[in-house]
Design a protein around this ligand. Structure first.
Ligand code: ADP
Ligand code: MG
Length: 505
């Protein structure tokens, strides 16, 4: 990290004041390198991973160059999705909070034209939008770019992947010749390079190599598990981890809904996040997660793109990602804003080769995740039961309840332990699982070592591997993951408040 401070960079005093108010201490590497170049008016080509602080890298210097008293669009940012557009617009609003009469307008598809046109008519110095809708406004003449000072392509590779490249070029072609341009991307595929060569001649190039920055503050764990036991494993993880908020990644839209329903039935405050939801519902879900109305979101990769909710402490990869890039993006949803995060990956036996691949991609090892042993788990549940019980010991109704039960006990010659026991059994009948009498069963241990003989290892087939059952022959054979006995590392998370899942029902 640079020793530089934001005050050294030459930002507009109002912008500096806003950054100080947000509480950023030092500029991130991409910020330290991009801000001076953009302040000088250069074009900029920035290559850096998610979570490196790109938004402020362009927003702070570009805001320092606008004329806040002019109401026409002066900065235009193109983003691949509405969620990202909203997020970037929010960031701009924060960084511009010390300007007076300043407007930032997000514009994206799926929303009514009317409020957007109204916003444009009122005037906004910064417009952040998705390419398709921006182009619509340009064609209608409701968006004019003649006063534009700067254009930013944020997450350019993602816009390419989503098929926006023609729209992006069409918009670029409509921007003033002398307009400053910046392009940010996590990767540099040839088509993006071509755009850069055409529209960003002589750009200052900034490349932040360390993809590990995203992953640095995130402890990565892996739990090998049979496909049919994934839900059990997940339930236990959610039970023992000290989660503030979590995002669970699955592969399909349908699975987001299914899994969310199952977790909801188990008492979690959970919502699905997928591309089938309309934009309002998606915004609502993200807002609910931010505000703590929901604690868990079950998402697909696309729907969770760029999601920035600082209270996410855990990323759980319920299904393995499609590629390493997706994995890095997923785990980058935690460890936001300088906090620490934890990522847990479930792998089924046939997916174990992912381990090495991901370790290489993130350049950091994955630790074996250890679920608590059945005995530990039961002990935890009993403690939770106890603390919930004690929580009712001062209840207003207690005296009346005691008097009533005393009478019942006397009439039936029962002692109080028997009365209490009967009540507990009754409660269990009404709310299965609330009385932890039985030790939960152990999940079968699966070795993380790739099968030695892969011939039989067909998708869905079992012959390619053998369950480890603690001293399985292959446990410990692979690098970075050993079949340790369960119940040591993945300790129950110390003292926790009573399980919400039970309290909420
Ligand atoms: P990127 O666009 O590279 O994925 P963002 O701009 O979304 O990254 O920033 C990621 C997170 O880091 C945001 O929560 C942002 O508020 C925070 N952040 C950005 N710059 C700094 C900084 N200099 N110090 C601390 N936090 C920062
Ligand atoms: Mg970004």
């Amino acid at each position: 990290m640079s020793e530089l401070s934001f005050a050294d960079l030459g930002l507009d005093p109002a912008v500096l004041e806003a950054v100080t108010a947000v509480g950023y201490e030092t500029p991130s590497p991409i910020q330290a390198q991009s801000i001076p170049a953009l302040l000088q008016g250069n074009h900029l080509l920035g290559v850096a991973q998610t979570g490196t602080g790109k938004t402020a890298a362009f927003a702070l210097p570009l805001l320092s160059r606008v004329d806040a008293s002019v109401m026409d669009p002066q900065i235009l940012v193109l983003a691949p999705t509405r969620e990202l557009a909203i997020q970037v617009a929010e960031a701009f609003t924060t960084y511009a909070s010390k300007f007076r009469n300043f407007h930032v307008l997000p514009i994206y598809g799926g929303q009514d034209f009317f409020p957007q046109i109204k916003g444009l008519r009122r005037g906004a110095q910064v417009i952040v939008g998705t390419p398709g809708r921006l182009l619509d406004h340009l064609r209608k003449g409701t968006l004019k770019l003649d006063k534009l000072k700067a254009l930013v392509l944020d997450e350019a590779d993602e816009m390419l992947r989503m098929g926006f490249i023609d729209d992006v070029e069409a918009i670029l072609a409509k921007t003033p010749e002398n307009c400053q341009r910046a392009l940010f991307s996590a990767t540099m595929p040839p088509q993006i390079k071509k755009v850069a060569q055409t529209y960003l001649r002589d750009a200052t190039e900034v490349k932040i190599e360390s993809e590990t920055r995203t992953v640095e503050r995130i402890a990565q764990f892996v739990l090998p598990v049979y496909a049919e036991r994934k839900l059990d494993a997940l339930t236990r993880i959610l039970e023992v981890e000290p989660i503030d908020a979590a995002i669970i990644f699955v592969r399909t839209k349908a699975e987001t809904t299914l899994l969310a329903e199952k977790l909801s039935a188990r008492g979690h405050a959970v919502a699905p996040l997928n591309g089938d939801l309309n934009q309002r519902q998606r915004e609502q879900t993200v807002e609910d997660l931010k505000r703590g109305k929901k604690d868990i979101v079950v998402a697909t990769d696309v729907a969770a793109r760029g999601l920035d909710v600082p209270r996410i402490t855990h990323v759980i990869n319920y299904d393995v990602p499609y590629d390493t890039e997706a994995y890095i993006h997923r785990v980058g949803r935690t460890g936001r804003a300088g906090r620490n995060g934890k990522a847990i990956l479930l792998v089924t036996p046939r997916e174990r080769s992912w381990l090495r691949t991901l370790e290489r991609a993130t350049n950091s090892p994955m630790e074996p995740y250890e679920l608590p042993s059945p005995a530990d788990l039961q002990k935890m549940r009993i403690e939770q039961f106890e603390s919930q019980l004690l929580g009712f010991a001062e209840d207003r109704k207690l005296a009346k309840a005691m008097a009533m039960l005393d009478e019942i006990a006397e009439r039936n010659e029962m002692d109080m332990a028997m009365v209490a026991g009967a009540l507990a059994v009754w409660m269990e009948a009404a709310q299965p699982g609330s009385l932890p009498l039985e030790q939960p069963e152990a999940l079968p241990v699966v070795s993380a070592a790739p099968p030695r003989d892969r011939k039989g290892g067909r998708p869905g087939g079992k012959p390619g591997f053998k369950p480890g059952f603690k001293k399985g022959p292959k446990a410990g054979a692979g690098k970075g993951f050993k079949g340790k006995p369960a119940g040591k590392g993945g300790k129950p998370a110390g003292k926790r408040p009573p399980r919400q899942s039970d309290a909420k029902r």
